[in-house]
Design a protein around this ligand. Structure first.
Ligand SMILES: [Zn+2]
Length: 447
């Protein structure tokens, strides 16, 4: 009976991740509260005549306590209503100095509905001659406020919620657009579409890119996973490259990753090839990447977008694992640094520390050495992925599981290398071969 009750409790609350949110805080004389988004419906319209991009959003959220709800949206919010009444949306600052949005009206515990509108300026380019548009929801994680909040009102990384995106092309009877996404795409009229994303997605998971029809070269094929499931794969490239070249690489990487970490955990796989040297970015079962970073980004569909980080402090683990693989899964008796504060940032931090690649892979190489009698770190990672895919985790969760798996107490290890004092030698690298820092103009060119 107890077991049965426990099971029901888990299944009802499986995506109520509010316990993973940072603590609520006082700012500007009011109580700012983190909330649990239940669903977000985004109605995105591209007016190809007037070159305007607008979003109308309906957010259903649950507040556990009384206070002023916080979320994020980089553009200004307009025409906001809370539970049917007009409300203003202000800007405030979290204790780590991060800018966020706040509903300027308190709510009581319970379910609430927030509706609001905003314009989108980032990564949109209209072609007035062909009455078409190129637009994408590109994201980045080495700087804060670079997830979905650049385009639509969003919650923070800890939250998983059902996102639906409807897209309309205004000013034309029939849209001549291609749409690339990792959600389920339906054409709802000659000029509109609907995308339903998997319910376990967080703010850094969705992939959306629209281009004038036929502008990109597309190749679709199936990959049969080791568990027998057929995975539909879409590859698309620009005029200067061939999607066929990408295909053979993808098949090899699938085989390698599935052998190491188990079956692919996403409904499909989508890859967009960008210019050599531009690095890449991972989404959930999707990536925008140069060929050189393809394997790294596909690994992230296991660690980063399969098992997902709850906050900026957990982000280092994904780059540590991916970088450990990039450098051939080395095993080291000691890491090549004496100590760091890699995972000791504010609980409010939202971006990934760019020292994660080097310090992280050295730390993973050391963990692999410590775990040599129980099959090594890869054996642990395989089990961890199997148990926690499609969930959001913290670095403490990872450490606890590592200890449970190995029977080793890693407290001192973490206190030295991850939560310790930073050796001044551990400076932020200036060049990231995989996740390059691209300028706004460079990101626009990827469209
Ligand atoms: Zn990475």
């Amino acid at each position: 009976m107890r077991r049965w009750f426990f099971f029901l409790f888990l299944s009802v609350n499986v995506f109520a991740n509010i316990h993973l949110a940072p603590p609520d805080f006082n700012q500007d004389g009011v109580r700012n509260i983190y909330v649990d988004f239940k669903s977000a419906h985004y109605d995105l319209s591209y007016d190809v005549v007037w070159k305007r991009t607008k979003v109308k959003s309906v957010i259903t959220f649950f507040a556990e306590v009384e206070g002023y709800p916080i979320f994020d949206l980089v553009p200004e919010a307009k025409n906001a209503f809370l539970d049917g009444l007009p409300v203003s949306i202000g800007e405030t600052t979290s204790p780590s100095g991060s800018k966020i949005r706040r509903v300027n009206s308190p709510v009581g515990p319970g379910l609430h509905i927030l509706t609001l509108e905003n314009s989108v300026k980032e990564n949109v380019r209209y072609n007035p001659v062909s009455k078409s548009v190129s637009s994408a929801f590109w994201i980045r994680d080495l700087k804060e406020r670079k997830f979905l909040e650049q385009y639509v009102p969003s919650n923070f990384e800890y939250d998983q919620y059902q996102m639906t995106l409807t897209i309309s092309f205004l000013g034309i009877k029939k849209a001549r657009q291609d749409i690339f996404t990792n959600g389920e795409l339906t054409k709802t009229s000659p000029h509109s579409y609907r995308i339903v994303f998997p319910h376990y997605f967080t703010v850094s998971c969705p992939y959306f890119h629209t281009t004038p029809r036929g502008q990109k070269k597309k190749l679709q094929f199936d990959y049969t996973s080791i568990n027998g499931r057929v995975i539909p794969v879409t590859v698309y490239t620009s005029w200067w490259s061939s999607p066929l070249k990408f295909k053979s690489h993808i098949l090899n990487i699938f085989k390698e990753l599935e052998a190491d970490y188990g079956p692919w955990a996403h409904p499909s796989f989508l890859a967009y090839e960008t210019l050599p040297g531009t690095g890449g970015m991972e989404h959930s079962g999707a990536t925008q990447t140069s060929l050189g970073a393809l394997d790294h980004e596909m690994l992230h569909s296991y660690f980063a977008k399969g098992v997902m980080p709850a906050d900026g402090n957990a982000g280092w683990m994904d780059e540590a694992i991916a970088s450990w693989r990039d450098y051939g899964y080395q095993r080291k008796i000691l890491p090549d640094f004496s100590g760091s504060n890699l995972g000791k940032a504010s609980v409010y931090q939202r971006h990934t520390d760019s020292r994660s690649y080097y310090l992280g892979r050295e730390f993973m190489a050391y963990l692999d050495y410590r775990l040599q009698d129980v099959g090594g770190l890869k054996a642990f990672l395989k089990g961890y992925f199997e148990a926690y895919k499609h969930t959001v985790v913290t670095q403490e969760h990872f450490k606890n599981n590592l200890e449970f798996f190995s029977g080793i107490d890693f407290t001192e290890t973490y206190n030295t290398y991850i939560w310790g004092e930073n050796d001044p030698k551990n400076r932020e690298p200036t060049i990231h071969p995989v996740h390059k820092k691209l300028t706004s103009r460079e990101l626009l060119l990827l469209l």
